[in-house]
Design a protein around this ligand. Structure first.
Ligand code: 48F
Length: 260
């Protein structure tokens, strides 16, 4: 049993966290939200070689995965998105041709492990509440972050800022990052259409097709795509979320490599 002091515990935590934060302030890609789209995007971005940090408001992974379908702990996935789950070792049960059922907790855990193992930093308890921009040319160059606990408390505390080459809004139904950019930077000419009622089959295709850049430096993935582009919702079928996460990573890779 080693001997140790309370001050040592504090010192190691503060020192190591501070070192990482110093590194995080300038990153290739900020992903906002550790739901299925955000975690998938983060894994591929790291595999493509980009330094990626995920800010997640809550103290957990998975976003809407954990709730399964109305709290029944299963999720449906369709081809070809099941391949993304196979890559991270999630066990699939075929329900009918091309449709699979998976365990919600297994999917959350394994997407998170895969993202972290590929090199993504996932920081919990941090909320992105605004973006950094530059004009000439007009572009998004980072995000403003705040402890979620500070936000919940209602205290007036100024946020900190992170610089990045790309920001991915993977915040789900409210498209929080694109919404704040649209509201505060009208020159971007982004119009938030708002999500439509359910039409699962169509929406699963469209959410992937419409994934991508909404402004220079700002990208949208997952359910946030539906909010931005006015697409129908799809309920607890998650193939589109995974494919959207992969697609946004590919688009960022093409864009950032072109700029080098
Ligand atoms: O909601 P969420 O799971 O988004 P997603 O990846 O997947 C959507 C599905 O879960 C489901 C669906 C699919 O069929 O309809 O709803 O598009 O995950 C979004 C994550 O982002 C976090 C939030 O806590 C959640 O874990 N989040 C939201 N806003 C912020 C945020 C913010 N401003 N800053 C940090 N994290």
């Amino acid at each position: 049993m080693p001997t140790f002091s309370e001050k040592g515990i504090t010192r190691y935590i503060v020192r190591e966290a501070a070192k990482e934060w110093e590194d995080i302030v300038e990153t290739d890609v900020v992903v906002v939200g550790a739901g299925p789209a955000g975690m998938t995007a983060a894994r591929y971005l790291c595999e493509f070689g980009f330094k990626t940090v995920v800010f997640e408001r809550r103290l957990s992974f998975g976003g809407g995965i954990g709730g399964g379908g109305m709290l029944f702990h299963k999720i449906v996935i369709e081809e070809p998105a099941h391949e993304i789950l196979e890559e991270v070792g999630v066990r699939l049960k075929e329900a009918e041709n091309g449709l699979y059922v998976v365990d919600a907790s297994e999917m959350m855990a394994k997407l998170a492990v895969a993202a972290i193992d590929s090199g993504a930093r996932i920081i919990h308890g941090v909320t992105v509440d605004d973006v950094v921009f530059r004009d000439d040319p007009l572009r998004i160059t980072g995000v403003l972050i705040q402890w979620s606990a500070v936000q919940i408390s209602g205290l007036h505390v100024d946020p900190l800022m992170i610089e990045s080459r790309a920001v991915v809004d993977a915040t789900g139904h409210d498209a929080e990052v694109v919404s704040v950019a649209a509201r505060k930077i009208p020159e971007l000419e982004i119009f938030i259409h708002g999500e439509k009622s359910a039409y699962s089959e169509i929406s699963e295709k469209l959410v992937v097709e419409k994934t991508g850049k909404v402004a220079e430096g700002l990208y949208v993935a997952g359910m946030a795509v539906s909010a931005v582009h006015g697409l129908p919702r799809m309920g607890p079928i998650f193939g589109g979320m995974l494919l959207s996460g992969r697609r946004v990573a590919e688009q960022i890779m093409w864009d950032l490599e072109r700029k080098q």
